[in-house]
Design a protein around this ligand. Structure first.
Ligand code: 3PG
Length: 210
C-alpha cells in the first residue's frame, strides 16, 4: 500500500544519500549556511522545527536556493503539515509516527518521512503505508547493529538513520542494505558555525558527498 508520497521520499533520499539536519539558531545565517552546504553538493536540506525562526528560514532558503530541496524536520503535530506547505517545504520528516501523522502525511502536498525504531513501530508505520522510515535516535537505539538486525525481519523497509552519526562512521551506515540515506549535523562542525566559517562548512559538505 505504498502511496505516491512514500515512494517519492524513498526516491528523493536515494538520490541525496546525505541529508544535513539544520537547526537554525540565528535567522540571519540560514541562507548562508544552506548555501555553504549546497556549494558542497548537499541539495536536500532538512530544517528542524525546533526553533522559532524555522519556517521563515525554510521560506528564505527555498527562495534563495531554488535548485535545493528544502524540507522540515521534527514535525510532531498534524497542524505543522499546513505550516510547512505554506513555507514552501518540499518534504517533511518526523522523529516518530502516530496514526494522525500517518494519515496527514498521506494527504500532504509533499513526500513524508515518519520515524520508527522498534519492531512494533516499524510494523505500525508499515500498516499505515510507510516503508521508508527515519531511524532516530540512531546511535542511542543501537546504530548499525540494530539496523542490521531489523534488515532480515523487514526486507521491504529502508531507513534514514540520524542522531549521533559522525564524519567517521556515516559511510558505515550508507553501506548497509536497508539504509537509503544518512542524516545529521556532522557536516556542519560546531566551531565552523560559531565562526560563521562557511567555506569550512562547504569543505565538510564536500567530504560528505565525496
Ligand atoms: C536529527 O534530528 O535528525 C538529529 O538532531 C541529527 O543531529 P545529530 O547528527 O547532531 O545527532
Amino acid at each position: 500500500m505504498e502511496g505516491s508520497t512514500t515512494s517519492d521520499i524513498r526516491a528523493l533520499l536515494k538520490r541525496a544519500r546525505v541529508v544535513p539536519v539544520l537547526t537554525v539558531e540565528d535567522d540571519d545565517d540560514a541562507v548562508a549556511l544552506a548555501s555553504a552546504l549546497f556549494a558542497g553538493g548537499l541539495w536536500m536540506l532538512e530544517v528542524t522545527l525546533r526553533t522559532k525562526g524555522a519556517l521563515g528560514a525554510v521560506e528564505r532558503i527555498a527562495r534563495a536556493l531554488p535548485q535545493a530541496v528544502v524540507g522540515v524536520g521534527t514535525l510532531t503535530k498534524v497542524e505543522e503539515f499546513a505550516a510547512a506547505a505554506n513555507a514552501g517545504a518540499r518534504f517533511a520528516v518526523s522523529p516518530g509516527c502516530t496514526a494522525a501523522l500517518a494519515a496527514a502525511g498521506r494527504k500532504a502536498a509533499f513526500p513524508y518521512l515518519p520515524g520508527a525504531i522498534t519492531p512494533s513501530e516499524v510494523m505500525a508505520a508499515r500498516d499505515a503505508g510507510y516503508t521508508t522510515l527515519k531511524f532516530f535516535p540512531c546511535k542511542a537505539a543501537g546504530g548499525t547493529g540494530a539496523l542490521a538486525m531489523l534488515a532480515p525481519v523487514f526486507s521491504d523497509v529502508v531507513f534514514c538513520p540520524t542522531g549521533g552519526l559522525t564524519a567517521d562512521d556515516f559511510r558505515d551506515y550508507l553501506a548497509a542494505p536497508n539504509v537509503v540515506a544518512a542524516g545529521g549535523t556532522w557536516m556542519m562542525p560546531k566551531d565552523a558555525l560559531a565562526r560563521k566559517d562557511w567555506p569550512a562548512v562547504t569543505r565538510a559538505a564536500k567530504a560528505a558527498t565525496a
